[in-house]
Design a protein around this ligand. Structure first.
Ligand SMILES: *[C@@H]1O[C@H](CO)[C@@H](O)[C@H](O)[C@H]1NC(C)=O
Length: 584
């Protein structure tokens, strides 16, 4: 039973209580103890019902609410009828992971330690050179502001600190987070990035640790992001402009990616489940209805175009991909099905329809030297004659697809999807193994076989004219030579390992790790590689927060015991932040 949905927040009363306490303190002139009382009161405002049973924040944590409380802001376009997460008895999902006798051997433990040490090294560098900033600049050894300056790296790495058992650093991070002021930013707020990195990071760390302070900060941030939905049709724009939001001037965008709107549902739904406040779920459920209504009406039925008109609610564009701009919109379909306990059948249907349409229109078999049975994700454009044209381009971002198909295959009991997931994951492993750096470039072109079913012997004459020289066999061009510390390939390997228990996946993860650690290491941390075609390539001054939030976490979990963040108990958001599945 989803009894965590019951109950209501009582946030509204807390300012009155604080005002009362302040008056009392001024009158009684008891400053010290009163300051403590006010902070304590603020910290204890609106205990969410499901969390009430867990311990209150430790007294040494000084919780300071944000300077603007969005839960009290005027709504210009309030919803007519608030939708709540579906209730009922949870579906019994098939088991996702294969368990069995997987004892930790010395080699596995040593490998896991190496990965943990790389995390510690990265974290210590961030602490020393960039603490409180959004990112570490790993070459100039300073901090960067890339995401509103609230310290994105701290929150993005928070659950990894917990999982890797770095509790002192976790507590230090919580003390910092307890004082974040979400209203102290002059920049517009990127709804998608802030949701997946900050809100997802807070929710996950709360789910893992039960630390109340994190929940309070998640609610404050959730209320801030909720303001983005205050538009005439209740669909959010890409950027939350707080001035517009406060003045009723917000509208949805006419060109926005599918992922920007389609990758908010896990975070908002989980926040509703934890707090019992349905409004977050209601907000993203309206996005889902927009996608659901149009899924069969697009130029490639089953798929959603790369960008769409959220304002006029139209989807007539002709570009289709599972890569940048679309990726997590698809990823969230099976994951939402799991997070809602299988109680929303629309998610199941949308998943099947989308993954079948993507299979038939976007997946292709690349011509590879040993004619391996691989798959990659291409890009499709619908031309004037309504013919779908596939560009055989591989994108690192699309390497998540193997894990998505495999997970969906397990949850929905479709072995065929698991097989596709395996072939897709092997496609990305092939790309990594092909280069002497053991790294895959950000974007490359290859040759598509006639069919994804039939053998496709390697034929150098099949390479198009203009094929670049000195590339690994099968590659036509490398459009973007960088490796940006991205997680998607190791993410899919992690899924395949947990789902099958076949050791070849761990070996593949280790080969990736050897390439990654060798090529990205800098004096103090790790950095983007400029050109994966050559060993010892120069670095770029970037270490995005997903390095510690995702890449190192998935690698670490690949060398963990199966029960550590089991896929039967947890569902990861697109920034690798695990949320508790209902009933677990
Ligand atoms: C889309 O088509 C599928 C069958 O392919 C159907 O089950 C589903 O209900 C349709 N969706 C809508 C919104 O009509």
């Amino acid at each position: 039973m989803l009894n965590q949905f019951k109950g209501r927040l009582r946030r509204r009363y807390s300012p009155i209580i604080v005002f009362f306490l302040v008056s009392l303190c001024l009158w009684g002139n008891l400053r010290f103890s009163c300051t403590t009382a006010i902070v304590e009161s603020a910290a204890h405002r609106e205990p969410p019902p499901s969390a009430a049973a867990t311990a209150p924040p430790p007294p040494e944590i000084r919780y300071v609410p944000s300077s603007y409380d969005w839960s009290l802001a005027k709504l210009w376009y309030p919803v007519q009828t608030m939708m709540s997460p579906p209730r009922g008895s949870l579906k019994r999902f098939p088991q996702v992971q294969s368990y069995g006798t997987l004892n930790a051997d010395d080699l596995t433990i040593a490998r896991q330690n190496q990965i943990r040490n790389a995390f510690i090294r990265s974290w210590n560098a961030y602490k020393a050179k960039a603490w409180g900033k959004d990112e570490l600049a790993p070459l100039t050894e300073t901090g960067k502001k890339t995401l509103n300056g609230w310290g994105a790296q701290i929150i993005d790495a928070l659950d990894t600190l917990w999982i890797m058992d770095m509790k002192d650093d976790f507590n230090m991070a919580v003390r910092h987070i307890a004082m974040i002021d979400w209203a102290a930013t002059k920049d517009h707020i990127n709804v998608f990035e802030v949701t997946i990195r900050y809100l997802g990071g807070l929710i996950s760390a709360y789910d893992l640790s039960g630390e109340q302070t994190l929940l309070y900060k998640a609610i404050e941030l959730g209320d801030t992001l909720y303001a983005a939905f205050d538009t005439p049709n209740r669909l959010p724009p890409h950027w939350l402009d707080t001035y517009k939001a406060k003045n009723g001037q917000q509208e949805a965008d006419t060109h926005m990616s599918g992922a920007a709107g389609g990758s908010l549902a896990l975070e908002f739904t989980r926040l509703s489940q934890i707090t019992g406040n349905a409004k977050y779920y209601d907000a993203t459920e309206r996005l889902k209805q927009f996608f659901h209504k149009n899924q069969n009406e697009t130029q490639i039925p089953g798929l959603w175009p790369h960008t769409m008109n959220y304002q006029k609610e139209q989807m007539d564009k002709t570009m289709y991909t599972l890569g940048a701009g679309s990726d997590s919109m698809y990823e969230y379909l099976p994951k939402m099905h799991a997070l809602l306990g299988g109680l929303d059948l629309e998610y199941e249907k949308m998943t099947v329809k989308a993954l079948e349409a993507a299979r038939d229109n976007l997946l292709f078999r690349p011509m590879s030297p040993n004619d391996e049975n691989l798959l990659l994700v291409g890009k499709a454009a619908v031309n004037k004659n309504k013919v779908v044209e596939l560009a055989p381009e591989m994108e690192h971002l699309a390497c998540f697809a193997g894990g998505m198909y495999a997970l969906a295959g397990k949850l929905l009991d479709r072995g065929h999807f698991v097989d596709l997931g395996s072939r897709l994951t092997r496609g990305c492993i092939w790309a990594y193994d092909s280069f002497e750096t053991n790294l895959m470039p950000e974007i490359a072109e290859v040759v598509a076989c006639e069919s994804r079913h039939n053998p496709c012997p390697y034929d150098p004459n099949a390479l198009p004219s203009g094929t670049a020289k000195n590339l690994p066999a099968g590659f036509v061009r490398v459009r973007d030579t960088s490796y940006r510390l991205r997680p998607e390939a190791v993410e899919s390997v992690f899924y395949m390992w947990r789902i099958t228990g076949d050791r070849k996946w761990r070996e593949a993860a280790w080969r990736m790790w050897e390439g990654i650690s060798r090529e990205t290491e800098t004096e103090i941390a790790y950095a983007t590689v400029d050109d994966v075609r050559y060993r010892g390539s120069p670095h770029l001054d970037s270490m995005e927060t997903f390095w510690m939030g995702e890449t190192l976490k998935y690698l670490y979990l690949t060398f963990s015991q199966h029960h550590v963040i089991s896929l039967d108990d947890w569902v990861f958001n697109t920034e690798a932040h695990p949320f508790k599945r209902p009933g677990r």
